[in-house]
Each structure stands twice: as C-alpha cells, then as structure tokens.
Design a binder for this molecule. Structure first.
Ligand code: ADP
Length: 420
C-alpha cells in the first residue's frame, strides 16, 4: 500500500505508468506523456522526436498542442540540433538560460514564434537502442532545470521508450507476416501454374512413348522403358503438386463411398513390393480378420498411404523392415506405417507435414523428393475429417499413424444441415 500523502508529482508518474497498460494509441499516449513532462518540470512545452523512415532526420511525434501542426511538418537535422546530438550520443543535454544558441536548430523557434531560453533533452533508450528523444523547453520563472527535473524526465523517458520499442517490434512482426503471406501466395501460384502447365506436355510424352514402345524393335525397349519410367515419376510428382493445390484452393472434392481399408493397405503394399525387394527391405502387412470400412475416396486415401510407404522405403536401410497395420478403434480406423529406418530428429518432427519441408537440405540429401509427400498425405487425410501424425526416434525408426473417422460423410452431411 502506498501512503495517502504521496507527493503529487509521484502520483502523476505512477498514474502515467498505470496508463501504459491501456496505451492502445501510441501517438495519443506519447502526447499525454509529453504534456505531463512539461507540467512536472514546470516547462512551457515538451516534445518527443523520433527518426524519420530513412533515419536521416528527426520528426515530432508529440509536441505542444498549439504548435503541433507546424512542428509535425518539420524535419530536425541530426547535426546542428540538440535533439540530433542527444539521439546520436544517447547522452542527455541541458542547455542553460543565457548560454549560446549557436548549436541549436533555431528554425523551430522561427516557425513557432517561441524563443528557446533553456532546454533539457533526454534520450529514449530501451534494450540498448535509442528510439528517440524527449525534450522540455523554457522552465517557467526563468529558472534552470534541476536534478529533480532530470529524474522526472528519465522516468517518463523509460515509459516512452518502452512503448516505442513495442511499437517497432509490432511493425517488424506485421511486416514479416505480410512478407510471409506474400511468399505463401507466390508459392501457391507457382504450384498451380507449374502443375497445370507441365501436365499437358507430359501427357503427350507418356502417350507417344507408350505408343512407340509397341512399334519399335526390342533393342530399343530399354531406352523407351527409361523414358516411360521417368515420365511416370514426373507424373506422380505433378499429381502430388496438383493435389496440394486443389486442397489449398478448396477445390478438392471427395468421391465418397465405402472403402475397404484392408484392401487399400494390401493393394498399396503390393504395389511397393518390387521396390522393397530391390532395396532388400521386408515390407509386410499386419491386418486382423475384421473388415475395416470407412466412408471415403479410395484414390485419395491410396495417395495418402502410398506416400507414407514410399517414405518408409526411402528412409530405411537395406535389411530393415516396414509394417503397415490397420485396426478398428472406437469411431475410427487406425492405419500405421512403422519402419526401423533412420528416424527423424525431434526438432523436425513438428515441421515434416509442411509443404516443401525436408529434414536434410535438398542439395545435400541423397534421397529424391520435393518435400511434398507428407503435406499431400495430411491434406488427403484431413479432407476425410481424419488426422495424421508421426512419432520417431533418430536412428531407431518412425511410426506414422492415420486416424480416419468411420462415417465421415454422414458427419459432414449432418454438419451441413446444422451449420447456418
Ligand atoms: P519428400 O517427398 O521430399 O520425402 P515428404 O513430405 O514426404 O517429402 O517428407 C518430408 C521429410 O520428412 C522427408 O524429407 C524426410 O526427411 C522426412 N521423413 C518422412 N518420412 C520419413 C520416414 N519414414 N523416416 C525418416 N524420415 C522421414
């Protein structure tokens, strides 16, 4: 508890500190603060100056009300002004009455018609940065500024500096956010355009290569098979790209029907067996006798699961093992892809589902891929109202789990009825 008889100046300073909590409008708060500075130091006026955008001069953020409009249009130079000197040196300055005004910026006096007799300028410093200056001019009664005045101004300067610092942080944050939104938009546009533009020529390459394969002599089979294999791989990359793009634009639609998850797992695993055999990896399923049905789009679920199995194969050493299991849990079907491969560092685990995210840099890593597979899996699973996550230990292996609601289509329809 504060005593009842605290001096008025201290009460004013405390009130100003309390007001900081609600200082939503920086300019208004700094104006009030400068008026309090003038009042508590018995000055004719007080101002707050901050650097302009280029940092080449100072401009008035707060100033005595009568001169405010005039002063706001003025640039105070960094050299040849008390404010500029204090800003540069971060050392307070007191100009006593009667001392030379040669080193002051007299244009302010000319514009306002106020003659500066004496003045005190304090730097606004916070977190090692000088953010502006607070100045008071012409102590009333012709007296000089006292050490108490300096203390009062220092307290107010800290408040002003803190708010200016917060404001600069907020501006930096806003700028970073809008830059990242712009980058995101550019990334999305790039995905949309490239996947669209690549699709047609690639379709032609694949079509003609397949046609030629039928016509040429067997000695050309190898070359044509290489073309077809590479083009098919490009096609799957483009399909991944357009899946992300469609999902992003809300254009992804579900062809909903009953999908047998057992069958989906078996088919997906069968599709990857040749690749597993090539790399000396055991790839097997673990499915109980119960049927596992969900409402959904088999093609999209196949894409989601396929990307997980493809990754498990990519990031497991020869001799390793991958198990794809599925089971009913209340309200859901749970699908897991477990490998004993290289694992994922815990710092990366939260990011791997982001688009284009790869644990190893694209330039140094030994595996192919664009960092899109998991974002496609996530998009496809979420389209079904499900969730996907990863658990992993570096050097031991990873487990990816997909949880799919049993009757997503029904839930979604019910939601459409009840949402206005
Ligand atoms: P990419 O197609 O480039 O592999 P993904 O989005 O599929 O991209 O995966 C993102 C990153 O997550 C991969 O680059 C890899 O570092 C890591 N990752 C995914 N699955 C596994 C896994 N089973 N084991 C280890 N790392 C994995």
């Amino acid at each position: 508890m504060l005593p009842d008889d605290i001096p008025q100046p201290l009460e004013d300073l405390l009130q100003s500190t309390r007001n900081m909590r609600e200082a939503l409008d920086l300019k208004a708060y700094l104006q009030t603060l400068s008026e309090l500075a003038a009042h508590l130091t018995a000055s004719e006026g007080a101002s707050i100056l901050v650097p302009n955008e280029t940092g080449t001069a100072l401009h008035f953020l707060a100033a005595p009300r009568l001169q405010r409009e005039v002063l706001r249009s003025l640039d105070v130079p960094m050299t040849g002004s008390a404010a500029g000197r204090v800003f540069a040196s971060a050392v307070a300055e007191i100009i006593h009455a009667g001392s030379s005004t040669d080193h002051l910026f007299t244009q302010v006096d000319e514009m306002t018609g106020v003659v500066t007799r004496n003045m005190m300028v304090i730097p606004l410093r916070f977190n090692g940065q000088t953010l502006g200056v607070l100045e008071v001019i012409n102590r009333k009664g012709g007296a000089d500024y006292t050490p108490e005045d300096v203390t009062i101004l220092e307290v107010l300067a800290v408040q002003a500096a803190m708010l200016l610092y917060n404001d600069s942080l907020q501006k930096k944050l806003d700028k970073a956010q809008s830059e990242s939104a712009l980058l995101d938009r550019m990334k999305n546009d790039f995905i949309a355009i490239s996947s669209h533009e690549l699709r047609t020529p690639l379709g032609l390459i694949l079509g003609h290569a397949t046609f030629l394969r039928e016509l040429v002599e067997p000695k050309f089979y190898e070359q044509l098979d290489t073309i077809i294999r590479s083009a098919t791989r490009l096609k799957s990359i483009i399909e991944n790209l357009s899946s992300v793009d469609n999902f992003q634009n809300g254009m992804a639609s579900l062809r909903s029907r009953m999908v047998s998850i057992k069958r989906l797992v078996e088919d997906t695993v069968a599709g990857f067996q040749p690749e597993a055999a090539l790399h000396g990896i055991r790839l097997r399923t673990d499915l109980g006798p119960a049927e596992l049905w969900v409402d959904g789009d088999a093609e999209k679920l196949g894409l989601a699961l396929g990307n997980l199995v493809k990754n498990a194969l990519q990031f497991t050493e020869p001799g390793g093992i991958i198990v794809v299991s599925a089971e009913n849990v209340p309200g859901y079907v749970k699908i897991s892809v477990v490998d004993n491969g290289i694992g994922i560092p815990s710092t990366d685990l939260t990011h791997i589902f982001e688009r284009f995210y790869q644990v190893q840099s694209h330039l140094t890593r030994t595996h192919g891929g664009m960092g899109l597979g998991l974002s496609v899996t996530k998009a496809m699973v979420e389209l079904h109202g499900g969730r996907v996550w990863a658990e992993s230990m570096e050097g031991k292996g990873s487990t990816f789990t997909i949880l799919l609601p049993l009757n997503f289509a029904q839930n979604a329809a019910a939601q459409r009825v009840f949402t206005p």
